[in-house]
Design a protein around this ligand. Structure first.
Ligand SMILES: [Zn+2]
Length: 380
């Protein structure tokens, strides 16, 4: 469904002053697509992994997006995946996780305290999946529509007990094993001449496969902070396509690659109790997943995972009035909904059932047969 149609379809009816109980009506969409389910992989092990994170994307965000795009018969791209699971996401000392603790769980397999990035509850360094895979000849990339130093991407390269130290976190990205990082956050970075192997871009026009492929490492910063759609920054889709192309080319002589691509602002729409904002971010996220699916169809040793860190906004969906779905936000914070995981490609079966978010890390390594990978470095 076109974004303009989506906007028209949303009618704000009432809101409460404290934010809780904000009610919005969303018109059921007509762009119904029912693709046939994607089949199970016959391959035993995955080579590449693409992890899509919809920050704040609880089950009701998914349900509302589906209904608002194409109604009850519609299926989102990742709803055609052969395997689904349910993820619990509590952090150390809190039932309600933040993005930092959740991303640390996927990146390291260890539960930690909210606000901590790839350090444990005692603030000790935890090796992350990017670092582990790097020793086995893998390349890694990150995409986010927030600043690239924001909690979710940061857990894949930073080790620090305060997610808000974004200048420190930016230094850690420069020093990290990440080959390509695309998002916002320019104000946190200070590049020195010693970073000469790093190609830094600030304009979306520079997102060109041929221009980028001659550089060993790329950081793209398209806003001071998070990407502001009103200024027409690159979409998550565009950044994901570029990162996929870059990693696929560079990893020809490597073991494979790991890419994390985050729809960061689905969460911000939830915090704002703003359905229109949440859904427009969701649409870009879903297009990005579709790009991943297209890649995986061509490269069948690619495992795709789609999940979230937590749900945001306590979104509940009530009986429709006519073709208008009554959606209510019940908090401006994260809520306790378990979240979904969708898996496609070799190793997808490992993601069936109920799991803790820390187990996603373990299962990715199993899908890659990590313990049997030798330590050859990658030549690129
Ligand atoms: Zn949040």
């Amino acid at each position: 469904m076109k974004k303009s149609l989506l906007l028209i379809s949303i009618l704000l009816l009432a809101s409460c002053e404290d934010g809780a109980g904000v009610e919005e009506f969303v018109l059921m969409g007509l762009d119904t697509k029912v693709a046939s389910p994607l089949g199970r992989s016959t391959k035993l092990k995955a080579k590449n992994v693409i992890l899509f994170i919809g920050d704040g994307m609880g089950p009701n965000q998914v349900a509302l997006a589906r209904l608002s795009i194409g109604g009850s018969e519609h299926r989102l791209s990742f709803e055609n995946f052969p395997i689904t699971g349910i993820v619990y996401n509590h952090s150390t000392e809190s039932l309600s996780t933040d993005s930092a603790a959740a991303a640390t769980a996927w990146a390291t397999g260890i539960q930690t305290i909210n606000g901590f990035l790839s350090v444990d509850a005692e603030r000790k360094f935890l090796p992350n999946i990017v670092e582990l895979l790097n020793t086995k000849g893998y390349l890694s990339g990150l995409v986010a529509t927030s600043s690239i130093t924001h909690a979710t991407p940061a857990a894949f390269y930073a080790h620090i007990h305060n997610r808000y130290e974004e200048k420190e976190i930016a230094k850690m990205l420069i020093e990290s094993d990440i080959s390509i990082a695309l998002g916002g956050g320019a104000k946190f970075f200070d590049f020195s001449p010693s970073n000469e192997s790093l190609h830094v871009i600030y304009k979306k026009e520079s997102l060109d496969n041929n221009l980028l492929s001659s550089h060993p490492r790329v950081i793209g910063l398209f806003a001071d902070g998070g990407l502001d759609r009103r200024l027409a920054p690159p979409t998550q889709l565009k950044m994901t396509e570029i990162a996929l192309n870059f990693l696929a080319k560079k990893s020809l002589n490597c073991k494979g690659f790991f890419l994390m691509s985050e729809g960061s602002q689905i969460d911000w729409g939830g915090h704002d109790n703003n359905v229109k904002y949440m859904l427009s971010e969701f649409v870009d996220f879903e297009h990005s997943v579709q790009a991943g699916i297209d890649f995986a169809k061509e490269n069948q040793d690619t495992l795709i995972l789609v999940t979230a860190d937590h749900a945001t906004g306590g979104l509940i969906l009530q009986k429709p009035i006519g073709s208008r779905i009554r959606s209510q936000w019940t908090t401006e914070s994260h809520d306790l909904s378990p979240i979904n995981i969708y898996a496609y490609g070799p190793g997808a079966e490992l993601f069936s059932g109920v799991m803790n978010n820390t187990e996603i890390f373990d299962r990715i390594l199993l899908a890659l047969d990590y313990s049997n990978l030798d330590s050859k470095n990658c030549v690129n």
